[in-house]
Design a protein around this ligand. Sequence first.
Ligand SMILES: Nc1nc2c(c(=O)[nH]1)N(C=O)[C@@H](CNc1ccc(C(=O)N[C@@H](CCC(=O)O)C(=O)O)cc1)CN2
Ligand SMILES: Nc1ncnc2c1ncn2[C@@H]1O[C@H](COP(=O)(O)OP(=O)(O)OP(=O)(O)O)[C@@H](O)[C@H]1O
Length: 190
Amino acid sequence: MQSISHLPTQQIRNIIRKIRRNLPIEQRLQAEQTIYLQVQQHTKIQLAHNIAIFLSFDGEVNTQPIIEYLWQQGKSVFLPLIDPVKPNHLIFIAYEQDTPLIANQFDIFEPIYDANKIIPYQSLDVIFTPLVAFDDRNYRIGMGGGYYDRLLQNYQQENIYPIGLAFKCQQIDHVMNQAWDIQLPEIIKG
Ligand SMILES: Nc1nc2c(c(=O)[nH]1)N(C=O)[C@@H](CNc1ccc(C(=O)N[C@@H](CCC(=O)O)C(=O)O)cc1)CN2
Ligand SMILES: Nc1ncnc2c1ncn2[C@@H]1O[C@H](COP(=O)(O)OP(=O)(O)OP(=O)(O)O)[C@@H](O)[C@H]1O
């Protein structure tokens, strides 16, 4: 656990992102395996049809094996795209084996905008949520865009189940949460 909650949020982001990037490979693979097994055994995921996930960057938990598994299980998989119309918002686009991807301004791969492939937020059953740091109450610090805080503000009403994915080294003693910060119902950790 990193006791750094007294520092400004941006500094916490930088510290945890660096620790995450530098996680020793053996530890990383072990943790990702643990996470993968938890995903496979998860009842909410077994029951879900439409699942949003993300493509990993900057040392995030590798989601590629999870995506392959979800495809194998016949799930419909969706990726976030920064909304070209409402810039602080995310939309979700269907992701299949042959979906073309391009790097966005942050160097994260995303599908090309295609109006026919957008899923309305309310139709998602599970949303795998990226995060930089978290605490034991499941408050999170993200990349700082507020994208997931905005997205998930009413998740309970929509019957959507968000699941954070994280390494244990991303846990801090306390997230100084703001009014808009959402508390995740679950974080799968490895
Ligand atoms: N894999 C993944 N995809 C994701 C997210 C994520 O956290 N992980 N996002 C979750 O929200 C959204 C993208 N949000 C992001 C917000 C900021 C930066 C970023 O790199 N910011 C720069 C500073 C940019 C600036 O200030 O102009 C940086 O930190 O260096 C990246 C992604 C959507 N897709
Ligand atoms: N529900 C919301 N409504 C309006 N503005 C919001 C909302 N959530 C966050 N914001 C704005 O977004 C900005 C970034 O928020 P914050 O620093 O909490 O992002 P984050 O949780 O690190 O990022 P992300 O959610 O993208 O992973 C804040 O300055 C806040 O004003």
